[in-house]
Design a protein around this ligand. Structure first.
Ligand code: ATP
Length: 577
C-alpha cells in the first residue's frame, strides 16, 4: 500500500462514535497531499489515534509522526485535547517509510537469495549485488541476468521502490547465454552530460583545521556528484535528508540536510506548512538552525581523552563527523524550479554515513551493551536533546557486539527544557550506575570551554541556549557525582506528562523568581546551582542513596524509602539504588 492509496478511502466512522456523539470530534489528516477525515474522541490518547490509523490503514504506529500547528505530537500517552486539538483541526501525518526493502531472488533451481536493497536503487544495482554474492555461479555476469517479477521482465533502470510498493518482494532470476557486452546504461560513468554540482565546506574560522576524516568525506561526496551519482532523498525523516553517493555508486558516504528543507522550513519536501512564528518542530528551537545543531553535536562530542585533535575522529558518544557545507544539485527540493545559478545553492549539514543494520526502533533494547546506552545518555542529558527517539539511534554489529550511533541532533541545545524526551529512559541499561570511566569523562566536561569552542566555530549561543546548556551540564555532573543513574537524572529533565513541568523546569523557575533586576547570568547560574544541590540532596535522601569510593569506584549504599520515593518518582526500582 502506498501513501497515495491511503488517501483514497476515508477512515471509517465506527459505531462507538455514533453512540458517543458529544465527545467525538472530526479531525482531518493530511498525508502525501491528500486529506482524510477521521472521527476520534477528545479523550483519545495520541497512541490510540495512531493505533486507529494503523488498524484502518496499515501504517505501523512507530512509523507515524503526527504534527499539529507546527509541533510534533510526540508524547504517546498524552491526550489529543492536551495538545489543544479540537473539532475541524488539521493534523499532518508523516510516514517514516523504511529505506530498506528485502528482495528475495529465486533462481531456476529454486535457490533463494535474500538482499536488503534501498528502495531508490535500480534493478541494475540488484543485478550487481547478485553478481557479487554469486561468484562462481553461472549468473555471475550482470549482462547475462534477466529479472522477472510477476512474469514481467524488469528494465535495468526500474526502481526497486516501483516493484515493491512498500512490501518486500520476490523476483525471479533467469540467466541468458553470455552475450556481447552491452553499451553502458544511461548515466553510468558517463561524464559528458555532467551538470554543474558544487560541494564546499562553509569555513567561518580559517584558523580551525578540518580533520582528515571530514576532508575524505567531502572529497568522496564531491567526486560522487561529479560522476553523476545523484543525491538520493531518504524516505525516512521529517526534513529533507539526502544520501550522498560514493563515486562508485555502490555505497553512501554522507547525509546532507539542507536548512531550507528542515521541518517547517519553506522548502520542506514532506509538505509540512512553514512555521508561522519561526519556532521549530520542538519547543525552544528555531527553524533553520537544525544544521548548526547537527554540527555543534559533533564538535561537542569530545573523545574520552578530552577535546578532539585532528587525529581522533569519533567522540565519546559516537556522533558521526559532521560539517556545514554549501551544495548545489538538481536533486534537492526546488519547488520554484531549478537552474545551476548561485541562488539554488543550499546550505546544510553534511554528516558521515554510518553503516548500520537499522535503528533501535527495529529491536528491543535488551541486548544493547550498557556502555553503548550510557554514552548516548551522557550526550542527551548534557545537550538537553529534544529528539531522542529510538529511530535516531543507528545500530550495527561489529565482531558480534552491538554498536549504537546517535544521529539527528537538529533539536539539541534548545532554549528550554519543555520538549526534552529520551526513549532510553525506559531501557534497563539506564537504571545502571555510570562506570568509573564515564564518571571521569563527565567530571572533565567544562561547559564554559564548550560554549567558547562553539563560538570559535561561528556559533555564538543565544543567552537562552547557553543557559540550558549550562544547567543541563551542571545537572549531569552533580547527578553523576552523587551516584544517580541516567534514568534518575533523565527523569529530572523530562516531563512526566505534556503539561506537567519537569523537576529541572521547576528549579529554573525558582531561580528566576529569586532574580533581582540587574543580576548577572553568572549569579543566576549560581542560584540554580544552589537550588539544584538542595533538590538533589532531598532526592538522594528519598532514594536512600549515599555514595562513597570503594576500590576506586563509586559504590552506593543505603536504603529505600519506597513510599516517599513513589510520591516524587513514580517508577523507582531496586536497581535504582
Ligand atoms: N549518519 C547517518 N548514517 C546513516 N544513515 C543516516 C545518518 N543520518 C541519517 N541517516 C538516515 O537518514 C534518515 C533520515 O535522517 P534523520 O532521521 O536524521 O532525518 P530527520 O528528517 O531529521 O528525521 P526525524 O523525523 O527523525 O527528525 C534516518 O532515518 C537514517 O536512516
Amino acid at each position: 500500500m502506498s501513501a497515495v492509496d491511503v488517501a483514497s478511502s476515508p477512515i471509517h466512522i465506527e459505531s462507538r462514535f455514533i453512540h458517543n456523539r458529544n465527545k467525538s470530534i472530526v479531525i482531518y489528516l493530511t498525508v502525501s497531499g491528500s486529506v482524510i477525515p477521521m472521527c476520534i474522541l477528545e479523550s483519545d490518547s495520541i497512541a490510540s489515534v495512531k493505533l486507529r490509523i494503523q488498524t484502518c490503514k496499515g501504517f505501523l504506529v512507530k512509523k507515524q509522526k503526527l504534527v499539529f500547528e507546527g509541533k510534533e505530537l510526540s508524547r504517546n500517552n498524552s491526550l489529543v485535547k492536551d495538545y489543544g486539538v479540537s473539532s475541524g483541526d488539521v493534523l499532518h501525518l508523516i510516514l517514516r517509510v523504511s529505506n530498506l526493502l528485502v528482495i528475495t531472488v529465486e533462481t531456476a533451481f529454486k535457490k533463494e537469495i535474500k538482499f536488503q536493497v534501498e528502495r531508490f536503487r535500480t534493478v541494475r544495482y540488484l543485478k550487481e549485488k547478485i553478481s557479487e554474492k554469486a561468484k562462481g555461479f553461472p549468473f555471475v555476469n550482470v549482462n547475462d541476468q534477466e529479472i522477472l517479477c510477476n512474469g514481467e521482465k524488469l528494465d535495468d533502470q526500474r526502481l526497486i521502490d516501483d516493484i515493491c510498493k512498500n512490501h518486500n518482494a520476490v523476483v525471479h532470476l533467469v540467466v541468458q547465454r553470455p552475450q556481447e557486452p552491452q553499451s553502458k546504461t544511461i548515466g553510468e560513468g558517463i561524464e559528458k552530460n555532467h551538470k554543474k554540482s558544487i560541494l564546499h565546506p562553509v569555513i567561518i574560522n580559517p584558523n580551525l583545521k578540518i580533520p582528515p576524516v571530514i576532508w575524505n568525506m567531502l572529497n568522496s561526496a564531491s567526486e560522487g556528484l561529479k560522476k553523476l551519482k545523484k543525491p538520493i532523498r531518504s524516505s525516512e525523516g521529517t526534513g529533507g535528508a539526502y544520501f550522498m553517493q560514493h563515486p562508485s555508486g555502490k555505497t553512501y558516504v554522507a547525509i546532507f540536510k539542507p536548512i531550507d528543507e528542515e521541518p517547517m522550513a519553506v522548502n520542506n519536501p514532506h509538505g509540512l506548512p512553514p512555521s508561522t512564528n519561526g519556532e521549530g518542530l520542538k519547543r525552544g528551537t528555531k527553524v533553520g538552525e537544525g544544521a548548526l545543531r547537527e554540527v555543534a553535536a559533533y564538535i561537542l562530542d569530545h573523545p574520552l581523552t578530552g577535546p578532539r585533535s585532528t587525529k581522533t575522529t569519533i567522540g565519546f558518544s559516537g556522533v558521526p563527523p559532521t560539517i556545514m557545507v554549501k551544495c548545489l544539485n538538481e536533486e534537492f527540493n526546488h519547488p520554484q524550479g531549478y537552474n545551476s545559478s548561485e541562488k539554488n545553492i543550499k546550505v546544510g549539514s553534511l554528516q558521515m554515513f554510518v553503516k548500520n543494520c537499522g535503528s533501535c526502533e527495529d529491536m528491543g533494547p535488551k541486548d544493547f551493551p550498557i556502555n553503548e546506552v550510557h554514552k548516548i545518555t551522557v550526550f542527551d542529558i548534557r545537550t538537553a536533546n529534544a529528539d531522542r527517539h529510538a529511530g535516531n539511534i543507528l545500530m550495527n554489529r561489529e565482531d558480534g557486539r552491538i554498536v549504537l550511533t546517535p544521529i539527528d541532533h537538529g533539536y539539541c541545545l534548545p532554549e528550554n527544557f519543555k520538549d526534552c524526551t529520551f526513549d532510553w529512559l525506559y531501557w534497563p541499561q539506564a537504571r545502571e550506575p555510570y562506570s568509573i570511566e564515564t564518571l571521569d569523562y563527565i567530571k572533565k566536561l567544562d561547559v564554559e570551554e564548550d560554549i567558547a569552542l562553539l563560538r570559535s566555530y561561528g556559533w555564538d549561543l543565544s543567552l537562552e541556549c547557553a543557559r540550558t546548556f549550562r544547567i543541563s551540564t551542571m545537572l549531569l555532573k552533580k547527578g553523576a557525582s552523587k551516584g544517580l543513574s541516567p534514568f534518575t537524572i533523565g527523569q529530572i529533565m523530562c516531563r512526566e506528562t505534556l503539561n506537567k513541568e519537569s523537576v529541572i523546569e521547576k528549579i529554573v523557575e525558582k531561580a528566576l523568581l529569586s532574580m533581582i533586576p540587574g543580576m548577572s547570568e553568572a549569579v543566576f547560574i549560581e542560584t540554580v546551582s544552589k537550588i539544584m544541590d538542595l533538590e538533589l540532596e532531598d532526592l538522594c535522601y528519598l532514594l536512600g542513596i549515599s555514595v562513597e569510593m570503594i576500590d576506586g569506584s563509586l559504590k552506593r549504599k543505603g536504603f529505600l524509602k519506597l513510599n516517599l520515593v513513589k510520591e516524587r518518582f513514580p517508577n523507582p526500582t531496586p536497581s535504582d539504588l
